[in-house]
Design a protein around this ligand. Sequence first.
Ligand code: GAL
Length: 672
Amino acid sequence: MTPAPYSPARFLFGGDYSPEQWPREVWREDIELMKRAKVNTATIGVFSWAMLEPREGEFDPAWLDEVIDRLASDGIGFILATPTASPPPWFTVAHPDALPVRPDGTRVLHGSRDTYAVSAPAYRAAARRIARYLADRYGHHDMLRGWHIHNEYGTIDHGPHAARAFRRWLERRYGTVDELNRVWYTAFWSQRYGAWDEILPPVQTQYLHNPAHVVDFKRFCSDEMLEAYREQRDEVRASGSRAPITTNFMLPTWNHLDQWTWSDEQDVVSIDHYLDTTSADGEAHVAYGADLTRSWAGGPWLLMEQNATGIRTGDHVVTKGVDRMIRNSLGYIARGSQSALFFQWRASAAGSELWHGAMVPHAGPDTRAFDGIVRLGDTLDRIAEVATAPADGVLGDAEIAIVWDAEGWWSLETPHLPSDAVSYSDEVRSTHRAFWRSGYPVDFIRPGGAADRYKVIVVPALYAMTATTARWLEDFAESGGRLVVTFASGLADMDQRVVGGGYPGMLRGLLGIRGEQMFPLPPGETIELSDGSQAGVWSELLRVETASVVAEYASGPLRGCPAVTRRSVGSGSATYVSTKLTQHSLDAFLAEAAVDAGIEPTLAGAADAGIEAVRRRGAEADYLFILNHSEAAVRIAGDGVDLVSGQRDRIEIDAGAVAVIREAGQGWALEA
Ligand code: GAL
């Protein structure tokens, strides 16, 4: 049975709240300010282990009782975290073996956070104990909105506990050392193992690691952390607490987890999302994070953290204006978030993150930033009805899907591929960005996922895949889908073994081509294709077998050879792009693929006008979100009411502002 979609009565609004940093007078002001901003949720306890369990096995919950009472008596709900991302100093002193070890053998000591060896039995036992303690004490509180297990799983340990657990994992996977030797191809470089005990995590080595070893360790780490999550989740469940359980993923560059598998184990999927660019591309980044998370979740999800006032660039913080903060928050919500939560409520006065943005800045509530938070609270109140999700939980109306696969990412990070300049997350992201720029809604899909609702599926740089995935792609094309596969895909199987006889071995028949040799390009070199596109990084010498040539290389070492090919497959087609198109060329190429497939953007002309239009399905109506990222007001006409401004049918949206329109019909048009 499909579980009901996560659908709170109102959007959760608030953020990480660590009152333990402040005296009681500040707690009083916090509650007043939360009420003023219509904050309804505080995430508490994320890093409070040392306060909650000051000595091993001795708990001091009085302060947390008081925090919860104060919040609850003013009608503010809470998400309770288990504090296991940051073991206290007493723990590491008592259990030095539970400290994580880096690949070079350095043991990391306490003094920061996230310092734990996830496979250490003492750590696991302590984590279960505190999770159960909290669940027994607070799990039945009627203002508890959810459980936030741990924080951003992702500390990787290479020490003895990890080695032992890795060997156990390998034994379960391969059964015998001989089988492992076969899969890992250890005949080369004298790597043959004689016993399980000889195997180490991929620690510092003299030269290149074995790719199969590296990818298996990534798989193991994801599984091992998942097991640690499950243990805490099960403790919470065993207490009888019925509040939804999640753990917050970190985007965009955290690649330690297989999010599809992890998502299946949560009641609601949540992420932390920090913009990685200050330019307009930040808005595309919001859409990317949100679309990925909605897809992992298969429905509504939670934005657990974002920054209220700043974007951290390489070496400094760029201020995020209030309009942008509101547009970004609604950008996540348009794509299925049931929350706008921040890190953190009040800016720390000292400590490691004292300069991180906050809902209440250092200067206090009499600020532009806090006024913005009040405005956001008011906006969320006006659009509250949108939070009720339709029973099937599906949001949006995407007809395009991009394949996302954590194992594909891990595989593309193995050493010494033809070009180290290919990045999985960049390829996936630029594919998404291209559709975002032309205003098409997009989902992500796991290999083998339900593909029937899509007209176009794009497979960016999926280096390793199973035969089942290849067949699934073939079925999609056979039954009328347009498949677009980009370079560096289908070269290897899941054991990181190249499929011989011509590239890309896993997809040769489907694509109707035979690649002979890679011609990676030096950094910065651009080549042209016969259709006017520009490309770089990668090119391939290939010949068509059952495909036809769509574009040739017009310059570079492969001038005159096929660059883009297309094969008719059943009632659909399979296109192969053998080089990395520049973003500009990729934008045009993918927009054309969408047009060819007869897909309409959400609102014609929106992209050119600098606005973003996203449709979110609700239980009773559809809602059209308009985010005006441009510097001019825009007007759209149609049939419906803007819940934010109250305007009907002809709706003007100021520069930088938002509209959330309850639609009476979908025929909206931009007015000149
Ligand atoms: C998140 C983390 C928070 C805080 C924030 C600052 O990744 O969960 O605790 O550190 O980053 O950007």
